[in-house]
Design a protein around this ligand. Structure first.
Ligand code: FES
Ligand code: FES
Length: 188
């Protein structure tokens, strides 16, 4: 039975009824929540497939889905730089980016940069120059600093400070951070 807009019940002719029913019967059952999306990212050289809520930020995906908690959530508004990671070799604030936008992308987090036993030169320089106090901003600072090495940045301290101005350190380790970056830059 078909109920029209008038609310009156009307019988469909048999042919029309079967034409109406056929596509329904042929359709595959819809099992995926329309709010979910499939993504494939390469994170720290490992291919990761996931089905995520379309609203998931790259930061939350890294921290909560992959348990890569080295990347920190500070402001969650693009103002502190604590969440900085590399996407296809360039630094981004992962809190400002939906993971759904990065299907097929390559992401590097602080865990992929080096290990305590085999530190990236920038990590070693931060340790050597005491470029950290509480350490909360440090992963983001180091990710920004390593990306900076490949950017058209001048060689003065002022140039480095300008290029690093998106990374905030509440502890005020700035002078040592600049010294660490300068050491690595001068060696390259
Ligand atoms: S947490 Fe992303 S910029 Fe602050
Ligand atoms: S070392 Fe504490 S916020 Fe930077």
């Amino acid at each position: 039975m078909w109920v029209g807009s008038s609310g009156a019940a009307t019988a469909l002719p048999a042919a029309a009824a079967s034409a109406f029913a056929a596509p329904m019967a042929a359709s595959a059952p819809v099992t995926m929540d329309p709010g979910l999306v499939n993504v494939r990212l390469t994170v720290n050289d490992v291919v990761r497939d996931a089905q995520v809520d379309v609203r998931t930020s790259l930061l939350d995906y890294l921290r909560e889905n992959l348990q890569l908690t080295g990347t920190k959530k500070g402001c969650d508004h693009g103002q502190c730089g604590a969440c900085t990671v590399h996407v296809n070799g360039r630094r981004v604030n992962s809190c400002l980016s939906f993971v759904a936008m990065h299907d097929g992308d390559t992401v590097t987090t602080i865990e992929g940069l080096g290990t305590p036993d085999r530190m990236h030169p920038m990590q070693a320089a931060f340790v050597a120059h005491d470029g950290l106090q509480c350490g909360y901003c440090t992963a983001g600072q180091i990710m920004s600093a390593t990306a900076l090495l490949k950017e058209p940045c001048g060689r003065s301290d002022a140039d480095i400070k300008e290029a690093m101005s998106g990374n905030i350190c509440r502890c005020g380790a700035y002078s040592n951070i600049v010294a660490a970056i300068r050491q690595v830059r001068d060696a390259t």
